[in-house]
Design a protein around this ligand. Structure first.
Ligand code: ZN
Length: 278
């Protein structure tokens, strides 16, 4: 750089985005219900010039050591397959990085299958919509089983963001990590949980939108929609706001149809996206 000239940091595409599955779920009776027999926990590892950003963490080392902390019902119904090499921290190491280089974690929401890896990165800032943190810290009796407080017993460095701020393809967006070379926005998609959010990441030629659990099966956002009935039942089972969730699925379907050249949509648990990315 020429002395005296201050180079402005401009958001551009990150160097690389790695697609990780940090845990597998094998729901009981899935084949009888014609539902997917294998669900993944699709996380992203974003390489920025100033460190790594992890989107969701799936299951972590403590879950592998103490699967009981996930709860009897969860383990019986969703059949998690937990292995140490599948954890985000093991995959970060396998890619040749130091886990301490994960400076930021973005959580789509705080359900137990998205937060297990938080204790493996105790120094990272954890970004989320403020409403999600408030709901998880004061859950109703009905919502209590979806959270595992051991996942945040280490005292994460929460960074709460307010929903809204700017527009992104007709959705509200919250720009985060302004000092990073990765252009990343939270796209609030409430309904599955109170503060659930998607995460939009600019790539060289398009955007990748990780929709978390806003939908579960690619058929839900297809035109016309076509998803197994069991998927709809699963989505309805633990939603907190049916109208908001369904409205967001509809809007995501329109987004996918209108902007297929500009945006790739993925969700957390449909294995087809992970298989296609590898
Ligand atoms: Zn989930």
């Amino acid at each position: 750089m020429v002395a005296g000239i201050v180079r402005r940091t401009v958001n551009v595409a990150p160097r690389a985005i790695h697609h990780l599955s940090c845990g597998t779920l094998c729901p009981r009776g899935a084949s009888l219900l014609r539902a997917p027999a294998r669900l993944v926990c699709h996380c992203l590892l974003i390489e920025g010039a100033d460190g790594l950003v992890l989107v969701d963490t799936g299951f972590g080392s403590d879950d592998v050591r103490r699967p009981r902390q996930l709860g009897l019902v969860f383990n019986a119904v969703l059949g998690p397959r937990l292995n140490a090499p599948d954890t985000a921290v093991a995959q970060v190491r396998a890619l040749g990085f130091d886990p301490n280089d994960v400076r930021h974690i973005i959580t789509t929401h705080l359900d137990l299958d998205h937060t297990g890896g938080l204790p493996d990165f105790p120094d990272a800032e954890v970004h989320l919509i403020g409403r999600e943190l408030q709901a998880a810290m004061n859950p109703s009796w009905r919502e209590r089983p979806r959270y595992v407080s051991a996942h945040w017993a280490h005292g994460p460095r929460w960074v709460e963001h307010d929903a809204g701020g700017e527009r992104w393809f007709g959705f509200d967006g919250v720009r985060i990590l302004p000092g990073s070379d990765a252009e990343i926005l939270l796209i609030p998609l409430h309904g599955h949980t109170h503060g659930h959010t998607g995460v939009a990441i600019r790539r060289a030629d398009d955007w990748l939108l990780h929709c978390g659990d806003a939908y579960f099966h690619h058929g839900e956002i297809a035109t016309p929609p076509s998803a197994p009935r069991a998927v709809a039942a699963m989505a309805a089972f633990d939603e907190v706001d049916r109208a908001a969730r369904r409205g967001n699925v509809e809007r995501l379907g329109e987004l996918a149809a209108r902007h297929s050249e500009e945006i790739e949509l993925i969700c957390s648990h449909d294995a087809c996206y992970l298989d296609a990315a590898r």
